[in-house]
Structures are given as structure tokens and as C-alpha cells.
Design a protein around this ligand. Structure first.
Ligand code: GLP
Length: 236
């Protein structure tokens, strides 16, 4: 495990974007796993800036980590919308190579199976970029006695519903379910970049990196990955 401690959020975002750009330059058709949330916003804007200066993303394939159940891609809080707003509207990733779970699918079980199959057909991710939930979740793999390994439907915990309520008019409008890649889909990536910004996440990050590996802190599973890079903007 490598831990990079950046001076501030701007440096943190730049470091992450340069890491991603390095991979893309070395392997233009790489497969990236992408997160949402407030943490990666700065990284995405730095990638957009690098694209404007010549970084070519045309052959990259992307797989988003998760999506809320019941929000259409046009909903401003859907992760489809987030990704267009922060990245895809501003770079040249081929739209056919962008994959985000469909939280509006009639048959969610089938949607999960097909999403997982697409990941497997792509050979898994070269780089999985992750944020960290305040309760230690990755994607929407919530603390539980058991964790799903493949893409699956989850019920959000009251804590996550509360944490994500800041993006919605009121807590009642936060979806109760989501589709998420499982920990197996995540751990299969050749490399993982965990982005953690803000001292409020110090305790949960310490538990994830230094505590026991437990399904009660899903991010602790990342300790078992041979190529984990953690970037923070605070001393761990
Ligand atoms: C959501 C996403 C996670 C993300 C987490 C943290 O719940 N499903 O993938 O890591 O939020 O978000 P933030 O970066 O806003 O703290």
C-alpha cells in the first residue's frame, strides 16, 4: 500500500488526475472504474483541463461504481447526470465506451448480471478509483455481516441516506436502494486508487487501513489488494 498525503484539496486533485493521465498515456485503451461524490470533483476538473491541453481519452472504457435505484439519467442527483456534468460532457470518451448501471431497469437483477458481465468481458478494470463513505462504504457496499461480491442491489443504511441528503431537497427524496459493483468486482482491478479528502474521514480511514479486515468496514477489504494507492489531503 502506498499513501500519498497532499498539502490541500487542489494538490490532492491534481495528484489523482496525473495518476490517471499517466495510466491513460501508457495504455490508451485502459479500463477505468469511476466514482462519484464530492471527493473526486476536483480530480475530474483537472482531467478536463488536461484533456483541453491534449490528453486523449477516446479509447478509454469507463465503468461507474454505482447508481441510485429509481433516478433517471436526467435527474440532477443521478450519477449519470453527475458524470456528464463533471466529466463526460467535457472530454472525448466515446459514448459507447461509457458504462453506468441503469437504476431505472425494470429487472434490476438482470441489469446487475449484465453489468457484471460487461465488466468481465472488458477484462476487469485496470484502475478502480474509489471514494470512501463516512461509514466505510465503497461504492454502495454498506457495512453488513455479508458483502456482495458481484454487481448487486443494496439497501442504503440510514447513515448513508442521511449523509447523502445534503444533495436532495429533503431526506425523504434520497433513494433507498442502489445498484453497486460488489467488492469482488472492485478487488479484481489491477490497481486501486482510494481518494479520501477532509479530516472528518480520518477515523474511518484509519479503521479501513489499519484496523482489522471486516465486513463492518467494507473499505478494510482494500488492505488485501496488492496494488492499493491511497491519496489524502490530511495526515493519516
Ligand atoms: C456516495 C457514493 C460513494 C462515495 C461516497 C462518499 O455514497 N456512493 O461512492 O465514495 O458517497 O462521498 P463524498 O466524496 O461526497 O464524501
Amino acid at each position: 500500500m502506498r499513501i500519498i498525503v497532499a498539502e490541500n484539496y487542489q494538490e490532492f486533485s491534481r495528484w489523482a488526475a496525473h495518476f490517471v493521465a499517466g495510466l491513460v498515456r501508457g495504455k490508451p485503451n485502459c479500463v477505468l472504474g469511476l466514482p462519484t461524490g464530492s471527493t473526486p470533483v476536483g480530480m475530474y476538473s483537472e482531467i478536463v483541463r488536461m484533456h483541453q491541453q491534449g490528453l486523449d481519452l477516446q479509447d478509454v472504457q469507463t465503468y461507474n461504481l454505482d447508481e441510485y435505484v429509481g433516478l433517471s439519467p436526467a435527474h440532477p442527483e443521478s450519477y449519470h447526470y453527475f458524470m456528464r456534468q463533471h466529466l463526460f460532457n467535457h472530454v472525448n470518451v466515446n459514448s459507447e465506451q461509457i458504462h453506468i448501471p441503469n437504476g431505472m431497469a425494470q429487472d434490476l437483477k438482470l441489469e446487475c448480471e449484465q453489468y457484471e458481465e460487461r465488466i468481465q468481458n472488458a477484462g476487469g478494470m485496470d484502475l478502480m478509483i474509489l471514494g470512501l463513505g463516512p461509514n466505510g462504504h465503497i461504492g454502495f457496499n454498506e457495512p453488513d455481516s455479508q458483502l456482495g461480491t458481484k454487481t448487486h442491489v443494496v439497501y442504503l443504511t440510514p447513515e448513508t441516506i442521511q449523509a447523502n441528503a445534503r444533495f436532495f431537497p429533503n431526506v425523504g427524496q434520497v433513494p433507498r436502494q442502489a445498484v453497486t459493483m460488489g467488492v469482488g468486482s472492485i478487488m479484481q482491478a489491477k490497481e486501486i486508487l482510494l481518494l479520501v479528502s477532509g479530516e472528518a474521514k480520518r477515523d474511518v480511514l484509519r479503521k479501513a487501513l489499519l484496523g482489522e479486515v471486516t465486513t463492518a468496514v467494507p473499505a478494510s477489504i482494500l488492505q488485501l489488494h496488492p496494488h492499493l494507492v491511497v491519496v489524502t489531503d490530511f495526515a493519516v
